[in-house]
Ligand binder design. Structure first.
Ligand code: 5GP
Ligand code: MN
Length: 324
């Protein structure tokens, strides 16, 4: 038995959380662990804490039970999933600090291990993929399988990003064997857009700019515009993917103004730029091909700072190509 399951078996009162602004892998991981514990250890108490989640995930079992506010509980075990550093559990940091023990399961290359114990594997596509490996396959229920499959679908961009391996597909296959409705999960949680979400995607693509010989594409969405249309950060999913597949592009950048003069930045790369390195420099993190950070200033300041760091990696690659 692995140390994650051992640690769960030794605890009675367990809390689970992910990261701020929870995405598909984060929600799938937290509810996956929630269902696994509920199904196999019915005497244990398990509570999930996450910021409000997008409504398309409401079919996952346990969605309605998730707490969005912290409280004064003291847990035997605090499980942190899909979260690369302590600052990203911010709303529930007090619960984390008070807990008797903490355990982190994650796949971010930037994770330095901030819990008492951890399992971090940056070689897996999603935290949900790693959880599948830690769970006993026979004990994964239909409800748990739906959660894990959802997480893998989201972090692989529906099995198309370079993090999708033979093992990812094998695990997805085993989850399908549990009887889940895959096309419902993929369409309803990943591809379906509201009219407003489509409008803002159109706007972001229209406003995008190509720089550095077309190797970098970026687009910034101001708070004024988001307020005008009543959209939030969660409505911007999918835009960065469309920017990334623009012909000739190596790096795609999408920024949206969270607060006045403060931008949430997403970055994706295709072949050689390590965007996790760039994001880490600005206090963020992520993976080599997908990373993010928060930056202060106007959009011009933000893009200029980012371009300087990306340009040095592009130049290095050009030099390597010349040398070979
Ligand atoms: P996204 O661009 O979809 O928000 O995030 C891409 C990846 O980078 C995700 O794995 C996400 O967890 C990570 N990431 C995004 N923003 C931040 C951040 O501000 N800090 C850290 N540590 N990771 C981030
Ligand atoms: Mn993830």
């Amino acid at each position: 038995m692995n140390t994650f399951i051992q640690t769960i078996e030794h605890a009675e009162n367990i809390a689970v959380t992910g990261h701020i602004r929870p995405d598909g892998d984060c929600i799938g991981s937290c509810l996956g662990v929630y269902n696994y514990i509920k199904d196999n250890y019915p005497r244990k108490k398990v509570t999930v804490y996450l910021e409000p989640m997008a409504p398309e995930f409401r079919f996952l079992n346990g969605y309605d039970q998730v707490k969005h506010k912290t409280d004064d509980s003291i847990y035997d075990l605090f499980i942190v999933l899909d979260c690369s550093d302590e600052t990203r559990i911010e709303p529930f940091a007090d619960l984390f600090k008070r807990a008797k023990e903490s355990f982190c399961v994650d796949h971010h290359i930037s994770n330095r291990g901030f819990c008492d114990d951890f399992m971090i594997d940056s070689g897996v596509s999603a935290t949900c993929e790693l959880l599948y490996q830690l769970f006993d396959e026979d004990k994964i229920s239909f409800a748990c399988a739906e959660c894990l499959y959802t997480g893998i679908v989201h972090d692989t961009g529906v099995f198309k990003h370079s993090n999708t391996t033979r093992e990812t597909m094998y695990i997805a296959g085993n989850l399908i064997a549990k009887g889940i409705n895959t096309s419902h999960i993929i369409d309803d949680t990943f591809y379906r857009k509201t009219y407003l979400q489509n409008v803002i995607m159109g706007y972001a693509l229209l406003e995008s700019s190509l720089v550095m010989d077309g190797k970098i594409i970026y687009s910034f969405i101001t708070k004024k515009w988001m307020d005008l249309y009543g959209v939030t950060g969660a409505d911007l999913n999918g835009i960065i993917d469309q920017l990334r597949v623009t012909e000739g592009v190596e790096v795609a950048i999408l920024g949206y103004e969270m607060n006045n003069l403060e931008f949430k930045v997403s970055m994706r790369s295709n072949d050689y730029v390590d965007v996790s390195k760039v994001a880490s420099y600005f206090g963020g993190g992520g993976h080599i091909r997908a990373a993010g950070c928060t930056m202060k200033g106007n959009s011009l300041d933000v893009i200029n700072n980012l371009l300087r760091h990306i340009e040095s990696q592009l130049k290095l690659e050009e030099q390597n190509e010349r040398d070979h």
